[in-house]
Design a protein around this ligand. Structure first.
Ligand SMILES: NC(=O)c1ccc[n+]([C@@H]2O[C@H](COP(=O)([O-])OP(=O)(O)OC[C@H]3O[C@@H](n4cnc5c(N)ncnc54)[C@H](OP(=O)(O)O)[C@@H]3O)[C@@H](O)[C@H]2O)c1
Length: 305
């Protein structure tokens, strides 16, 4: 048996319970991982409150997208991750119903990446979902060097990584934030804080929207809008009037892409914020912290650590 944080019904923080559950055995192509750390994402809160329902899984089920841990077993088809290897992975909870807030988690090998021994694993628990989202967003829009891109929600966890990945491509980045205190942490070319009345100095080629809204007025005619918050997007009809196109990203698990992101972190080319670390047994306090601290940067560690 092991401990897991389970959602008993859609609702408030009290709907989350630390429960003793059966240890899962890895399937043929899976890796069993003992958790070093996991983290909280807005998607966990959306599922907890019932705003989003996972496509699979019955209550109670385990929440959580992110995992950093140590391999403790593998299925018969996995030959390249020996027991003891440090790894990280994202679990596509909304699609699979399989969460990571547990002492041990089995995940498909294809979504798992190795973690170099020199990296502190705990802050890396903030990387999988937000890192893969940023990576896949930038890859989807594939901007040419010199292109003008507006990142809405640039001060958030996904947005900060999108900004860094775009800058590496030689893109001109306009960062839209809501709170002025996020400003000094952002290496953008132009900073936009709507309530202070600023706008991009000229129309942009692409909007990557990690805030959820309608920021399409910043686009040049013919520009592209990539929404990361599927239920909060400008409608296709509104965009079509100005020949703007729209796409929505749903983040996919990928061990290969995670390995690239880890390498960027190792090389100092991608910076993560320092998270607040709480024990899994303090899950209610951790959620309060996540909801009330504007950074939303909380890592959970199991008690066996
Ligand atoms: N499609 C997918 O598969 C996928 C994957 C991962 C994440 N997501 C979604 O992407 C979003 C971002 O995730 P995250 O982890 O980066 O969350 P986050 O850290 O909370 O970042 C969101 C940022 O957007 C800002 N914001 C919200 N409304 C704004 C507005 N009107 N103008 C300017 N800024 C605004 C927030 O500002 P405040 O701090 O002031 O609120 C915050 O800085 C979430 O909704 C998440 O669920 C989707």
């Amino acid at each position: 048996m092991m401990l897991a944080i389970r959602l008993t019904a859609p609702g408030g923080i009290e709907s989350l319970l630390l429960q003793s559950v059966e240890d899962a055995a890895p399937g043929p192509d899976e890796v069993a991982i003992e958790a070093i750390a996991t983290s909280i994402n807005p998607a966990d809160v959306k599922i907890r409150t019932g705003a989003v329902m996972p496509a699979r899984g019955d209550f109670p089920f385990t929440l959580g997208y992110d995992l950093v841990g140590t391999v403790v077993g593998t299925g018969g088809e996995v030959a390249d991750l020996p027991v003891g290897t440090r790894v990280l992975a994202m679990s596509a909870l909304a699609l699979t119903g399989r969460g990571t807030w547990a002492e041990r988690v089995c995940l498909p090998r294809a979504g798992v990446a190795r973690l170099p021994a020199e990296l502190d694993p705990v802050p890396l628990a903030r990387l999988p979902l937000v890192g893969l989202t940023a990576y896949q967003a930038v890859r989807r829009v594939d901007p040419a060097p010199g292109a003008e891109v507006l990142v809405a929600g640039a001060g958030g966890s996904v947005g900060r990584l999108v900004v860094q990945l775009l800058l590496r491509r030689g893109v001109r980045v306009h960062g839209l934030v809501r709170r002025p205190e996020q400003v000094d942490r952002l290496p953008v070319h132009d900073l936009i804080i709507p309530h202070v009345g600023q706008a991009p100095p000229r129309p942009v080629d692409v909007v990557i929207d990690a805030a959820g809204g309608d920021f399409s007025s910043a686009l040049a005619d013919g520009g592209r809008y990539l929404g990361l918050v599927p239920d909060r997007l400008p409608t296709r009809e509104v965009l079509a009037r100005r020949s703007l196109s729209r796409a929505v990203l749903i983040t996919q698990e990928s061990g290969a892409q995670l390995a690239e992101l880890v390498e960027l972190v190792r090389a100092g080319a991608l910076t993560l914020e320092t998270p607040r670390v709480l024990p899994m047994t303090d899950v209610h306090a951790a959620h309060k912290e996540f909801e009330h601290d504007g950074q939303r940067n909380v890592v959970l560690i199991p008690d066996h650590r």
